[in-house]
Write a protein that binds this ligand. Structure first.
Ligand SMILES: CC(C)(COP(=O)(O)OP(=O)(O)OC[C@H]1O[C@@H](n2cnc3c(N)ncnc32)[C@H](O)[C@@H]1OP(=O)(O)O)[C@@H](O)C(=O)NCCC(=O)NCCS
Length: 291
């Protein structure tokens, strides 16, 4: 008596256009800087991404999304899931609605490992669902270089052909790291581009693309999508428009710059994992693979 029935969760997949639109309306109400509409209009919402939402009067009031991930752990392929867009409208908080969508999202993950990147306000929230925090490390290398050669052209991810090519490179190419990385996450990288959060995508060759830009005298190399290994050192002058003295990596550079050193903890990552057998060795999950 007097108890409201548990609200039922709706799964939103890539073909549920009207509900996807409601989801796109929800996101900026909870995450001020993030949007999904452009990404969705680009056709990047595919079968790998499912949103578990509670609706009220046609509006999404709480949500937890699940992205299928093809993780690589110490070289091993590990099927897993990554949660994202977990939240509740401010007006509806404190009623257990996020617990309902979190449980639905976790059910959809079955027994597979799950990871997510949180924020400082919710560090006590995810442990309630069996997650534990895991350290992420920054990597850097001192390296002096000056501009040279033909500047690598900048590619525009608003172009569907560029997105399709990135998807192929990400699926079939060389993973940027095998310590703790993934394959086939181009639809996550394009989300950053659709929100104008990504560094420029530079084309070193048909088969070697990098997200990189210079700040001060540091080259920030966020990701490398390539078919084959190449001589990164020799290509760096094509990525810079002024002299640099160091490189910061958006991933563990065990393959691309083995001499790189640990440059402290990535205190902004807030990685949480559930049933994910991660090593205690220092690693950084590629920044453009965070949902
Ligand atoms: C964090 C958030 C999702 C919680 O939503 P909510 O609907 O109020 O949460 P619920 O009412 O379902 O609470 C579930 C449980 O978590 C607890 N909880 C809620 N918010 C919490 C927080 N910020 N930290 C720790 N615990 C929290 C509740 O007390 C409740 O515990 P109980 O079941 O033991 O009583 C919501 O505040 C939000 O949308 N925040 C902004 C977006 C955000 O930062 N999302 C996380 C992105 S990684």
């Amino acid at each position: 008596m007097g108890q409201n029935p548990l609200p039922s969760v709706t799964e939103i997949g890539p073909r549920d256009t009207a509900m996807q639109s409601a989801f796109c309306d929800y996101v900026p109400q909870v995450f001020r800087r993030a949007g999904f509409r452009r990404w969705f209009e680009w056709g990047e919402w595919d079968d790998d991404y499912r949103a578990f939402a509670l609706f009220e009067d046609g509006r999404v009031v709480a949500n937890a999304s699940v992205m299928r991930m093809r993780l690589l752990l110490e070289g091993r392929a590990v099927p897993a899931f990554q949660l994202g867009a977990v939240g509740c409208l401010p007006s509806h908080r404190g009623r257990g609605l996020s617990r309902v969508v979190m449980n639905a999202a976790l059910d959809a993950c079955g027994g597979a490992p799950v990871l997510l990147f949180a924020n400082p306000n919710v560090r006590q929230f995810y442990p309630r669902f069996g997650f534990q925090p895991w350290k992420q490390t920054l990597f850097a290398a001192p390296h002096e270089a000056v501009p040279g050669g033909t500047p690598a052209p900048t590619l525009d991810l608003a172009d569907a052909k560029v997105r399709a090519r990135l998807a192929t490179l990400s699926r079939e190419g060389l993973p940027v790291t095998e310590r703790f990385g993934a394959r086939g996450y181009s639809t996550i990288a394009t989300w950053y581009a659709a929100n104008d959060f990504a560094r420029p995508l530079r084309q070193l060759s048909d088969d070697a693309w990098v997200f990189a830009s210079v700040e001060g005298d540091t080259l920030y190399l966020d990701d490398i999508f390539t078919r084959e290994p190449f001589d990164l050192r020799a290509q760096l002058p094509r990525l810079i428009d002024r002299p640099i003295r160091s490189i910061h990596f958006g991933f563990t550079p065990e393959r691309w710059w083995p001499e790189a050193v640990e440059a402290g903890e990535d205190t902004e990552a807030d990685l949480f994992v559930r049933d994910l057998p991660l090593s205690r060795d220092a690693h950084r999950f590629p920044v453009l693979a965070h949902t």
